[in-house]
Design a protein around this ligand. Sequence first.
Ligand code: GLN
Ligand code: ZN
Length: 756
Amino acid sequence: MVTTHNLGFPRIGGQRELKFALEDYWAGRQTGHDLAITAADLRRRHWQQQAKLDFVPVGEFSLYDQVLDMSVTVGNLPARVANKDGSALDDYFRAARGRGANDSPCCATAAGEMTKWFDTNYHYIVPEFTADTQFELNPERLLSQLAEAREQGVSAKPVIIGPVTYLWLGKSTDGSNRLDLLERLLPVYAQLLEALADAGVEWVQVDEPALVTDLDANWRYAFNLAYHQLKTNRPKLLLATYFGELRGNLQLACELPVAGVHLDALSAPDEVNRIVDWLPSHKVLSLGVINGRNIWKADLAKTLEWLEPVHEKLGERLWLAPSCSLLHVPVDLTPEQDLDGEIREWLAFAVQKLDELQMLARALNEGRLAVQGPLAANKQSIESRQRSTRVVNPVVRAAVAGITAEQGKRQSPYTQRIALQQTALKLPAFPTTTIGSFPQTPEIRQARLQYRKGELTGPAYTQKMQAEIAHCIREQEKLGLDVLVHGEPERNDMVEYFGEQLDGYAFTRFGWVQSYGSRCVKPPILFGDIHRPKAMTVEWTTYAQSLTDKPVKGMLTGPVTILNWSFVRDDQPRKDSCLQLALAIRDEVQDLEKAGVNIIQIDEAALREGLPLRQSDWETYLDWAINSFRVAANDVADSTQIHTHMCYSEFNDIIEAIARMDADVITIETSRSNMELLDAFKNFEYPNDIGPGVYDIHSPNTPDRDHIINLMKLAAERIPPERLWVNPDCGLKTRKWEEVTPALQTMVAAAQALRG
Ligand code: GLN
Ligand code: ZN
């Protein structure tokens, strides 16, 4: 018999119950006890939804983040979050978000840094280390969840982050080597394992996804050291790797003294047979056979084709699971009754994925005949997707096949273009602009919602949006900004807005995925060839331009960002989907240009996020990503000015690719790095215009004029001043007008002072 299990379940709740409970707690509308009840209810429901599995994950449920939970478990919360008057729960939230429920706004604590969990869009709280860090076991959370599971008759397999990955995920705040802490950390892990054994646990899942990254000899040695030391503990360890291939770490993973290894067979299909051959015969092999990061139904027959021979070889030693925790997919497809019936047929969310797993296990255990019906139904869904005329559009295919290198090239080099643009635009030195969005007020949100529900007619909606655009233009003129924007009131989200207008996209109602803490995103589903039936932004932009003599910048989201923030197709390479998106955006760029819009910004906020986990794979990604941007952006007249925007601050390792985009102007997030990040641009001799963000839009505070001037002076030491723009870090949609107006006033005043 094969064993089935799961690596982790989404915790936010099908209706985002955890989100609302958390936010109520933080706002003082709920007590910690209320929050605990919601959390326990969710766990109970989630365990029931996984009840058919042989082992159910326990302890991966988190009130905020599983990495932060591990920091609590090993007693490594930053000292600054401890508050004598507060509860442990508030210490936890202070580490997560700078505030406990009862902290007054004046006394915020610095929250832990947040960064992306491998190559997913989930963000974790970075553990902090110094040379003096001491660890201490604090197993209550895990043990109480375990007891709770036991009471409910759950066949529990506790989940923890392994010691090496835990250190790998963190950062040292004093320049010390965090790997030196391993020997101090291991005894705490040993105690934890013993405590779990005392509680009657047989298997513990130890997540070590660092094994799918490039590891140097020290880190590889750390794995050996750690698991040789932990092998004397009683529970059996299932070493879980996911998100990628093991490559050079495959032998290491096979040889570590643990009772079993989990391999993500979706990301590492070519390693399945190698690991089957390498793995010592006393170990179990868990294979991730259902994609835990995408929303498509699995092709069960195709999976069984390769899985049956593996089962033949391994017999009882074979375990089956999703490829990774299901944290990265929505909970349940059942409530998606508004979704187009044909497309719904192609999808599987967490609950459905576990059903698929069950079917695979039964097919192996009892033979395919035992699940004949479900297999036939699955086959039908898979074929209906393959055959659907809504997936394939021959015109789009032909257009992508016909893309030439010429199409991604501007007519003349930057120096010639910028001269033409300057003559046409007549901008002052240090031109001022913003990144696109202005505050999303309750009124505009309300109008969008009413329009969606049919409570507002098309013309009435247009009127409301135009009024908001007119307001934005008036305010910008009053502020004296040089390049204006229409303010994006019609956009709920910079990806969804475009997805909704493109053929090939579908949207869910409840398809929420946790991004961090209580924040969720609802990625649109890219299911078919992308086609733009009509212009998407031209009317709003030209309306804005009609109200002012100043230039208005058209505002688009770039193909790479749309791709990276969607659930994408698994039936064609990402690269192909990206080029299709590029062609759609390119059509929009050209329509804007025809309509007289001379400045067009194409946001690539998520370009860096798409970087593969292994540096050796970066070049391939960057080649197609940058090419997609160029195809979208560069077929315009020399006098048309292309801007791009990126909201992150690490450019050193990708600056060459950024330069290849050849945008006339790039605006970036810099204010928190004191312009140091411009060193990358300086050292590379980045040739085009740059707008380094001069203030942090994430903060409600008004920036200081002299501070901005100083920042710009620092910038001018690195970039010739004639190529510098003055702008905020990012879009202003999350701010209030009362915050935005004085902030921009100060920014404009600073630019004027600089000109003087
Ligand atoms: N144009 C977008 C805005 O201003 C850019 C947002 C972003 O970079 N994330 O909101
Ligand atoms: Zn941004």
